[in-house]
Design a protein around this ligand. Structure first.
Ligand code: SF4
Length: 290
């Protein structure tokens, strides 16, 4: 029998999927089945993330031609961001890989920063509504950070290492295009890093060198219109909290249960959902009393 990942035609679980499972699991599944609508808010949020990245990272002029090029670029730019963390105390847009119970896990960390000698994980959330986030919003964002922090722990401790990554992604079979290799030379990527094995080793080695991880994780909410910070929330990471999240979400991916819709107390979320009344009618009959 297929697991949910196979049924949805996916090869890995994104960390943002896990966060979405805590907002509305059914909505997350419907997005994969019917496609996501790119709203104005999503475009604005992306622009803010790009502007924040430009503040810290030097733009890398590489244009991937195929999947292998794309994968290399991701490793290389993340390696540069990790170097920036060590040199300038801040690195942004860092790719992270991991595994839970045989499922590939992938994500992109917004920011790592040094505070009092420890590495702190920070996630930026942009919002069109400058009010404080709801408890439910905060919880689904907190879940994302807990999973990232666990993945960081796994990489920094060596429990998820080069060998796991190479095997999961078939890295030793990937071949970069000649055009892309020429681009690497043109922008001055050191010759000794022009292979996947060297880049993979450099990427994991850099992660293992970032130093001690703080248990404090932060979520920063940013107003989409003014780009002002609304507030920053702090949470404490614990292995137990991460394990609880993993146990909960795996029941869905293992097909031990169907996707959960929102509970009745949260049916206000349906009014903002593109699937309400169409692909999802869980709370539709009650719409008039919402
Ligand atoms: S309509 Fe409501 S329950 Fe259904 S997917 Fe959307 S948010 Fe979830």
């Amino acid at each position: 029998m297929q697991n949910m990942l196979q049924e949805l035609g996916k090869t890995s679980i994104k960390v943002s999927d896990i966060s979405s499972q805590y907002w509305c699991e059914k909505q997350m599944e419907l997005r994969y089945r019917f496609g996501e609508k790119i709203t104005k808010e999503i475009k604005k949020g992306k622009a803010i993330h790009e502007a924040l990245e430009d503040e810290v990272n030097v733009p890398v002029m590489l244009e991937p031609r195929n999947y292998s090029d794309f994968m290399y670029k991701s490793l290389y730019t993340s390696w540069l961001s990790l170097s920036s963390l060590m040199e300038k105390k801040r690195g942004r847009e860092i790719q992270i890989y991991g595994s839970i119970n045989g499922y590939k896990l992938v994500g992109r960390i917004d920011q790592l920063q040094m505070e009092d000698g420890k590495v702190v994980l920070l996630d930026d959330k942009t919002t069109a509504n400058p009010k404080k986030p709801s408890d439910s919003q905060l919880n689904s964002n907190r879940v994302q950070l807990m999973v990232y922090r666990k993945m960081l722990d796994d990489i920094c401790s060596g429990s998820y290492a080069e060998s796991n990554f190479v095997m999961s992604y078939g890295i030793d079979r990937l071949v970069m295009s000649n055009e892309f290799l020429m681009q690497l030379r043109a922008i001055g990527v050191p010759e000794e890093l022009h292979s996947f094995s060297a880049m993979t080793d450099a990427f994991f080695l850099k992660y293992r060198s970032i130093g001690s991880l703080s248990n404090t994780v932060k979520i920063r909410y940013i107003d989409q219109s003014t780009r002002d910070e609304i507030d920053t929330y702090r949470f404490e990471y614990s292995d137990e909290a991460a394990q609880e999240i993993i146990t909960h979400i795996l029941k869905y991916w293992n097909k031990e249960r169907a996707a959960n819709p929102v509970p009745e107390s949260e049916k206000w979320k349906c009014n903002r959902c593109a699937f309400f009344g169409n692909e999802c009618k869980v709370w539709w009959p009650q719409k008039t009393v919402l």
